[in-house]
Design a protein around this ligand. Structure first.
Ligand code: SF4
Ligand code: SF4
Length: 183
């Protein structure tokens, strides 16, 4: 695999792990009590279609046709989940947050994997590139910059969730990501 792709995989994996850890902590109370299921096998399948996500999770097939990668203990994909898996928050999980600022930051947090890979090949997201040859010609500089912004935002949100403070620098990058998301 092209060294530039390998490099992106490592940075994206670190971002995804951080996003997943924080979302799990913020939504644990709501999700533990939940009897609904917001996972869908057709979304899981997207993780098999994408060469970038496949390189992250290393799976070749779903755990089951009906539930995709969802098992009794949760999603079996440690990393390499489609970004929508982080972007979706049901109303219960949002209501469970202490206030509007926590809700807003949770939404931005869930959008960071999407932000990181946007427009990697024309207007195609990094995880939506379907051919390895196209992946090797991706806009690496752009994606690296977006990844750095996403990691900076992640660190700022982590500090806010842990300590209740948000630095000016973190506020700037969060505003930028929010503005781009609303374009
Ligand atoms: S995100 Fe909402 S629907 Fe999904 S498991 Fe958590 S509480 Fe349930
Ligand atoms: S979190 Fe895992 S099981 Fe749920 S939709 Fe995403 S890939 Fe599938």
């Amino acid at each position: 695999m092209e060294p530039k792709v390998k490099d992106l995989l490592e940075e994206y994996a670190e971002l995804e792990r951080g996003v997943q850890e924080l979302i799990s902590a913020q939504c644990r109370d709501a999700c533990e009590l939940c009897t609904a299921c917001c996972c869908r096998a057709d979304i899981c399948e997207e993780a098999l279609l994408s060469p970038f996500l496949r390189a992250l999770h290393g799976r070749k097939e779903l755990e089951s046709d009906r539930y995709g990668f969802l098992t009794e203990t949760g999603c079996v994909l440690e990393i390499g989940r489609p970004p929508i898996c982080y972007e979706f928050f049901c109303s219960e999980s949002l209501v469970a947050q202490p206030d509007d600022l926590h809700r807003d930051l949770l939404r931005i947090l869930g959008r960071l994997p999407t932000h990181a890979g946007e427009n990697a090949s024309g207007d195609v997201h990094l995880v939506e590139i379907l051919h390895e040859e196209q992946l090797e010609k991706a806009a690496f500089q752009r994606v690296k910059k977006q990844l750095q912004e996403a990691v900076e935002a992640l660190n700022g949100i982590r500090i806010f969730f842990n300590e209740g403070t948000l630095s000016e620098q973190a506020g700037r990058v969060l505003r930028k990501i929010t503005v781009l998301a609303n374009d």
